[in-house]
Design a protein around this ligand. Sequence first.
Ligand code: PRP
Ligand code: GLN
Ligand code: SF4
Ligand code: MG
Length: 525
Amino acid sequence: MVLELEHLHEACGVFGIYVEPKTSDNQPDIDVAQITSLGLSGLQHRGQESAGMVTSGTDGKLRSHKGFGLVDQVFSPATLSGLTGNMAIGHNRYATAGGSTLSCSQPFILKTLTGNYIAVAHNGQLTNHDALSQRIMQHGVGLSSDSDSEIIAQILCSPPAGPHSEHVHGIDFASRLKSFMQMAATAYSLVALCDTSVYAVRDPFGNRPLSVGRLRGVERNAWVVASETCCFSAIGAEVVREVLPGEIVRLDCDGLTSVLTVPRVNRMPDQTALRHTSRSSRPPSRQATLSAASSTQDLSEIPAAFCIFEYVYFSQPESILEGQMVHSVRQRCGARLAREAPIEADVVSTVPTSATAAAIGFAHAMGIGYNEVLSKNNYVGRTFIKPDDRMRKLGVLKKFAPITENIKGKRIVIVDDSIVRGTTMGPIIDLLRQAGALEVHIRIASPPLKYPCYMGINIPTREELIANRMAVEDMAAHFGADSLAYLSLDGLKSAVLEKAVSADPQGPAHCTACLSGDYPVELDW
Ligand SMILES: O=P(O)(O)OC[C@H]1O[C@H](OP(=O)(O)OP(=O)(O)O)[C@H](O)[C@@H]1O
Ligand SMILES: NC(=O)CC[C@H](N)C(=O)O
Ligand code: SF4
Ligand SMILES: [Mg+2]
């Protein structure tokens, strides 16, 4: 028997690019496949299982390549040279539905009744996956996988109900997207290719991130879209804006067009089909029932529910979310934590890597020097170890080594962004003690993680989350520390909201379900 040392898993990265075809030889050639591969590399932290890309050009033909592994392993120069065209979409996958198989890797490509092909890539997790797959199969359509993303592609193959002029004018893809959004409230950020346009779509709750940018120094239309803006600098792009919750954006030779916005409403016609929505493969403790939203409620009043954990852990520090840099938000979290749980010490440090900004914020607010006490080996991947205590600790020690001269004889505050199973913290405290720390105080820059996520993040089961197994007061002793404190939920929300801006008329609002148990869609346990 082996124990997998796993924390939270990321949420997939999507990327898209549209470059207007050249009209004169003076215009620069833009290699969209090369840019997509660079963009996906910049989003690698969101998914490492498989990568894929679809390109299309003026000939209307789609070219694609997918494979297991990291972006640089999947796309060789020879592969990229075959992916020609003026537009592309790409995907990095961490599986949340359907397992880690090539049949579930993305983008999905399907042929439609009009003869056109569509390609779709998805970040997120459909909360009504099971109900939608039943509905598709009842129409006699077989599915090739258990992927919820395939469901999206299948639904987008069907013309929307009611009168439409699709067969005369080709696919009315925006109407298809709107129709899909009315069936599935959350969670998805999508990029799609259809005809001569790239589409970018964010679910009505805006649960997963998605931003549009523009290639610098290119005179004609040259748009990009990505899960996170951190990949823009490597491809020479500037941030334009976020896709709004419920918005469908089209990128083509007409520029950036906001085709339409669907209010935050779950208007699936058969509301009862939304019950018992979680994947059957989940253990009972993770099963959830989604209560249908009342049809009389003014649902456009419901606030957005952008994943607050993107700020805490998932996103890269340089990414811009809701008009603010993730690094700055993390620093504010650290500063608030210092106000909520101050402590006298000689040095403040981080559990590298994602807690570093919070540790710096904590140190500044306390007026204590920040320094590093742990060196992280970036080449250690997921660790499989025997489940005895000694080997468990060695698993963590493979990842971190003490910087002893910064530790010996010091009172140390060690800041982490989150505690999931509690695997990392105990061995780190041992390491600091062995290196001669006088005192060790743990500060966590987010509230206790207690509830599963149904929106596309693999959080361990309730039983596996240490915050459900142990009171906060007992944790310091459990880890061998002198004290331990978490940031409050209000503290986290204030740090995020202090500078968040949104073009959404309702303003920025967040999903905090894994911390608070309040799900954006109602769940009965
Ligand atoms: O309580 P645990 O189950 O041990 O998990 C919590 C740890 O996992 C995450 O870090 P990760 O190792 O993923 O790396 P990062 O900080 O470099 O992103 C998180 O930042 C914590 O450090
Ligand atoms: N992590 C994700 O966003 C996963 C997307 C999709 N649910 C899949 O499993 O492929
Ligand atoms: S439950 Fe947590 S991880 Fe999932 S979307 Fe909400 S805030 Fe993000
Ligand atoms: Mg960490």
